[in-house]
Design a protein around this ligand. Structure first.
Ligand code: KIV
Ligand code: ZN
Length: 395
């Protein structure tokens, strides 16, 4: 990238309320969806995939309430390529301003889906895509089309499906890696085929949607964005079907930390990420793993003596970013068998106990010899170790 060129803005479309909610046990009632949607809007996502209205009346209400509550992002409803589904989406979004509502149609395009699920030949698939996109365009200005299982669809069939959808008026074409099998190199290969093989591709924007079955969703997303794809779908905490989706916070922070080198930027307020993650975890009941990238509590904690000493000397020595950058509470120096004197001394000082020399050494020794359970309350353990040292000295 030329040093004078402004990094390109990439758009993050959030599907926590739809694909994220598909995670077993993570279902959200309409009020919970509204709470999350407001936070997503404040964080600056460009669009929200709010739900699947064909699920029933509660989902119609949820999508409608999300649209009312979040005036910033475009709100989208997911539909199969069925008129009834599109009508339910319209029931949800008819009152939403035209430029803030969108509908996203999907149908399986891979041989597996065509043969076993849909029992459709390619010609019928193409006419279904055309007919449903045209129908949706009668109601919605923004229509997206996603070929489900795109990454396992024959390249020529995939290109024909996109061609059909764009001809019929789709402004966004999705590229879902539905079962999360791609690697960054394969993403490049498949996207290049689409960019080269769909003659009207310039009339639509590509939106990638990666599942994380191989733990590669973030890498795949960054690869696609680096190729010029403008939109990436993500979920908060990476929740979603099976191993989940690309984690919003991971893509945002990868770009925030490396933006100039990558030639990209996002519109996301990074300091909103921690709160968003906590709220999504509370409302879905899906805990955040301690070692989760960007928002796991261990990202800002260390028990290792060398790291603790470094952090006490300069907070950037062993952190990828300062906690406040993602709105997290400060770093935690966890005391344990790997900790060194510096961390013990700092904690004791915060407890109002200034120790040095042999006294500090003894406290560290006593504490380290304590059983694992005793570490649950670090301050109580330290207080009793100090008391033991003082008793020894008196006797
Ligand atoms: O992963 C997927 O294929 C989807 C579709 C509904 C787009 O979520
Ligand atoms: Zn998905």
């Amino acid at each position: 990238m030329n040093a004078m060129t402004k990094p390109r803005l990439v758009y993050l479309s959030d599907t926590t309320l739809r694909d994220g909610e598909q995670m077993p046990g993570a279902s959200l009632d309409p009020s919970a969806k509204v709470t999350i949607a407001k936070l997503l809007g404040e964080a600056g996502v460009s669009s929200i995939d709010a739900g699947f209205p064909a699920c029933g009346a509660s989902e119609v209400e949820a999508v409608r309430r999300v649209a009312d509550a979040s005036p910033g992002p475009v709100v989208s409803a997911l539909c199969r390529t069925l008129r009834d589904d599109i009508d339910r989406a319209w029931d949800s979004l008819a009152d939403c301003p035209r430029d803030k509502r969108s509908v996203s149609l999907f149908i399986g395009t891979s041989p597996l889906h065509r043969e076993y699920k849909l029992r459709m030949k390619v010609a019928q698939l193409r006419s279904t895509i055309r007919e449903s996109v045209e129908y949706a365009r009668r109601k919605f200005d923004f229509v997206a089309f996603s070929p489900e299982d795109a990454s396992r669809t024959e390249p020529d069939v995939l290109c024909e499906c996109y061609q059909e959808a764009i001809d019929a008026g789709a402004l966004v074409i999705g590229f879902p890696d539905t079962v999360g099998i791609l690697t960054p190199g394969l993403v490049q290969e498949q996207l290049r085929r689409i960019q080269d093989g769909v003659s009207n591709v310039n009339k639509a924007a590509i939106a990638v949607h990666f599942h994380n079955d191989l733990g590669l969703a973030t890498a795949n997303t960054l690869t696609a964005l680096a190729m010029g794809v403008p939109i990436a779908q993500c979920t908060v905490n990476g929740i979603g079907e099976r191993a989940g989706n690309t984690a919003l916070e991971e893509v945002v922070m990868a770009i925030a930390l490396n933006g100039p080198a990558l030639g990209m930027r996002t519109a996301i307020a990074t300091e909103k990420l921690w709160g968003l993650s906590q709220t999504v975890s509370e409302l879905t009941g899906v805990p955040v793993a301690p070692n989760k990238a960007v928002v796991g509590r261990n990202i800002l904690a260390t028990e290792a003596g060398i790291h603790q000493d470094g952090l006490l000397k300069h907070p950037d020595t062993y952190l990828p970013f300062r906690p406040e950058r993602v709105g997290a509470p400060g770093t935690r120096l966890v005391l344990g068998k790997h900790s060194g004197r510096a961390a013990f001394s700092e904690r004791l000082e915060r407890m109002g106990l200034k120790l040095s020399g042999a006294d500090l050494t003894q406290v560290v020794e006593i504490a380290k010899a304590a059983p694992r359970d005793a570490w649950r309350d670090e301050e109580a353990l330290l207080a009793s170790a100090v008391a033991a040292v003082r008793t020894r000295e008196r006797n």
